[in-house]
Each structure stands twice: as structure tokens, then as C-alpha cells.
Design a protein around this ligand. Structure first.
Ligand SMILES: O=P(O)(O)OC[C@H]1O[C@@H](O)[C@H](O)[C@@H]1O
Length: 330
């Protein structure tokens, strides 16, 4: 039996996922004690079940401790495996020390997640200098790609699109989307000077004036990348672009600022936001169904803490030396 357990704010995604896969939707209670510490209680029976905790990590610092507590509680209560479905995976962008003394948070965060969960399922993690998530994460996992669902949305909603990637990093998903839509694509050049300071060089696009520009990116955070790209297009005689992002993080006033230069903004529902137009539950449920047994013996990196030996009866653990088995799809 598989139970889908949503952390706060992830209830809709989890309900869609449970419905798509025909799995049981679990319930969790959280609140803050007066001193700010977290209270977490699992209200559903998870004994003997594979538990998929759904927690998007767009604001990870607030979400993470309750998530760890929920995972430990599920294990203590007899879940046979405790997995993380993180539609948006945090701390992927500090992937090296840009200045002396900086913490490489991508590595530290991966260590914490790997120590807690048996398996990770996520969508388009920001892989730039890392080749694959298995370079960082020490557990099994599945990396899914939203290119197909973005492409299908564009094909249905935008006539004669020109697919545009705002920087070299975006080439991977922009080319995949363009191929599926059957549209031309171009990739712009970006120099990042700071968190909210980017410079985008746009080549001559005047030959595409008859097409509707569609800017595609994996993340909109400060929004500066998309804003800088979008605001230059009308000067070349192109229409205001459609901006389609996988992860609409939209920090502070990013969405309002982007709205001032974009024709339309859409995102997948990896991060709950009014721009969500592209559901990911079908992609994720298919991957979980493919991902093997949620019941029975599983690989586990650390044995559970024996809180109550009676509750833990029947839970098995396997050596930590099993190799990770990452798969990709979607
Ligand atoms: O410019 P903001 O929205 O802050 O950051 C998102 C951009 O920064 C890159 O790492 C992402 O791939 C995306 O292009």
C-alpha cells in the first residue's frame, strides 16, 4: 500500500497525485509551539506502507525541519520506506565556491536529504555544473523532465511560436520543447553580475516577427533573467512574449515585474502559484508507478531509531553500501 502524505501547502499536488495513481491520501498536522519550534503529527496509519512525502522546496528553510520530523515519524510508525517527492528541489544553484569561504549548500543539502529519505523524485533540478543528481545525492531517485508537458501546452495554446531560451543553460530544455512543438528556437546569452543583476544579449530576431515569442526557463526566481530577455523583444518588432517556466518560485515582486513586460506567464504546478497552468501529477504518478515496489524490503541508508520495538516489528534494513540507482524519464 502506498500513502501520499502532503506537507503543508502541498495538499493539492498530493491529492492530484494520489488520484492519478489510485493511492491513499494521508493527513498530517503541523503547527508552531509558542517558542517557534515545529509540532508534527501524522494522522493516517502508515504502518506497513510505502510513504511518499510531498514537499516542494521553493522556500526550503521553513519547510525543511518539519519535513525531516515527518519523515522520521513515518519511519518510527512503521512505514516500510519513506520517500520524498519534491517537485522543486532546493539548493541546486550554489554548486561551487564562487568566493573563498562560501558554503557549497547544494552538497550539504543533498547530504541531509540523503540521510533522511530512501528515494527522491523531482522534476528538472537545476543541473548546471553537476552532470546528474547522483553526483550529489546518495539515495535512489528519479529525475523527471517537464519539457513534454510544456511543449504540449505551447502546441495547444500558442500559434506559430518561436521558442526562446534566455541563456546557454536553457538550451537543454528549449531544444527539447522546440523539437516536440515543431517550432524554431534560439538561445540568448546571459551574464549574471549579481542575484538581481543580469545582462542578456539578444541577437537579431527580426526574421521571426510573424511568430509569437515563447521564453522558456527552468526557474523564475528574482525573475530578472526573463524580465531582461522579455523587455528587449518588442524593440525588435516582436510581440510581448509568453513566459513558460517549470518552477515559478517568483521571489518578492518578481511576478509583478515580469507581468509588466510579458504577454502571458505560465508555470507548472511544481510551486503553487496563480500562474500554474500545467499540472505535473500525471508525469509524477507514472514515474512512481514505474519506480518499483513501494512495499516490502527496501534499501535504507540508516536503520530506524527504535522508539517502540512493537511498532517497528517487521521493518527490515539493508546495508548502506548498495549502489544508488537513478533513473530518468518524463
Ligand atoms: O533570474 P532569476 O529569476 O533570479 O533566476 C533564474 C535563472 O537563473 C538560472 O540559474 C536559472 O536557470 C534561470 O535562468
Amino acid at each position: 500500500m502506498r500513502v501520499i502524505l502532503p506537507m503543508p501547502g502541498n495538499e493539492t499536488f498530493a491529492a492530484n497525485l494520489a488520484a492519478a495513481g489510485g493511492w491513499r491520501l494521508g493527513e498530517l498536522e503541523t503547527r508552531r509551539f509558542p517558542d517557534g519550534e515545529s509540532y508534527v503529527r501524522i494522522l493516517s496509519d502508515v504502518r506497513g506502507c510505502g510513504v511518499e512525502i510531498v514537499c516542494t522546496l521553493a522556500r526550503p528553510d521553513d519547510a525543511f525541519l518539519p519535513l525531516i520530523f515527518a519523515a522520521d515519524a513515518a519511519r518510527d510508525l512503521g512505514a516500510t520506506e519513506v520517500n520524498l517527492v519534491a517537485p522543486y528541489l532546493a539548493y541546486m544553484r550554489q554548486d561551487r565556491r564562487f568566493k573563498p569561504g562560501e558554503a557549497i549548500t547544494s552538497r550539504s543539502f543533498a547530504r541531509l536529504v540523503s540521510a533522511t529519505f530512501d528515494r527522491l523524485t523531482t522534476i528538472d533540478p537545476h543541473l548546471h555544473r553537476y552532470r546528474a543528481l547522483s553526483d550529489l545525492y546518495d539515495i535512489d531517485g528519479q529525475v523527471l523532465h517537464a519539457a513534454s508537458v510544456l511543449a504540449d501546452w505551447i502546441a495547444a495554446e500558442v500559434r506559430d511560436p518561436l521558442i526562446i531560451g534566455p541563456d546557454e543553460e536553457s538550451e537543454q530544455w528549449v531544444s527539447a520543447v522546440a523539437a516536440r512543438v515543431g517550432a524554431p528556437h534560439v538561445v540568448l546569452r546571459k551574464i549574471r553580475h549579481g542575484d538581481r543583476d543580469v545582462e542578456i544579449a539578444v541577437p537579431d530576431l527580426s526574421r521571426f516577427r510573424a511568430r509569437r515569442p515563447v521564453l522558456i526557463d527552468d526557474i523564475a526566481s528574482s525573475g530578472r533573467t526573463l524580465i531582461e530577455a522579455a523587455r528587449q523583444l518588442p524593440a525588435q518588432g516582436l510581440a510581448r512574449p509568453v513566459c513558460a517556466v517549470v518552477h515559478g518560485v517568483f521571489a518578492a515582486d518578481a511576478y509583478d515585474q515580469l507581468s509588466a513586460v510579458a504577454g502571458r506567464i505560465v508555470s507548472t504546478d511544481s510551486v503553487p502559484h496563480p500562474s500554474n497552468a500545467i499540472p505535473l501529477a500525471p508525469l509524477v504518478s507514472a514515474a512512481l508507478a514505474r519506480g518499483g515496489e513501494a512495499e516490502g524490503p527496501v534499501r535504507r541508508r540508516r536503520p530506524p531509531e527504535p522508539v517502540d520495538p512493537v511498532e517497528l516489528a517487521g521493518v527490515e534494513s539493508f546495508p548502506a553500501s548498495d549502489p544508488p540507482g537513478w533513473t530518468t524519464g518524463g
